[in-house]
Design a protein around this ligand. Structure first.
Ligand code: THU
Length: 139
């Protein structure tokens, strides 16, 4: 599975976003170490805080199906279904990634056209919370 193929699946998932409040539609495609893909979209709510981001929708479905080993995620998003630039994962989603992934887990962000920018989780969330209170840059 190439980054471009994973981004294409994230774009497809983005079409299923439920985002009547922000107008931001987001799609994610999560690749397991053994090559399976779980997709997700953002799902908003009239009460706002129950909203779930696309990345967490994908992670929670995968984990609920028994997956624990992940290689990469592709993320795309934009206003009103249009991708005009990169859509980096929010801090809460980065923390969820840290729960299950190593610092070399790859985040492929799809931008306008064929643009793809890849950043490892360790760069996106240095000094992340690991439940033990140690201050390690990537633990
Ligand atoms: N959103 C995501 O799906 N992923 C992110 O990483 C950032 C934000 C969604 C949540 C909300 O539905 C909309 O984008 C605007 O914040």
């Amino acid at each position: 599975m190439t980054p471009a193929e994973l981004v294409a699946l994230a774009k497809e998932a983005m079409t299923r976003a439920y985002a009547p409040y922000s107008g931001c539609t987001v799609g994610a495609a999560l690749l397991t170490q053994d090559g399976k893909v779980y997709t997700g979209c953002n799902i908003e709510n009239a009460a706002f805080t129950p909203t779930c981001c696309a990345e967490r929708t994908a992670f929670f479905e995968a984990v609920a199906k028994g997956e624990r080993d992940f290689a990469a995620i592709a993320v795309v998003g934009g206003r009103n279904g249009e991708i005009t630039g990169l859509f980096p994962p929010c801090g809460v989603c980065r923390q969820v990634m840290m729960e299950f992934c190593e610092p070399d887990f790859l985040i492929h962000m799809g931008g306008a056209g064929d643009e793809i920018v890849t950043v490892p989780l360790g760069e996106f969330l240095p000094y992340g919370f690991n439940g033990e209170g140690q201050l390690d840059k990537n633990s």
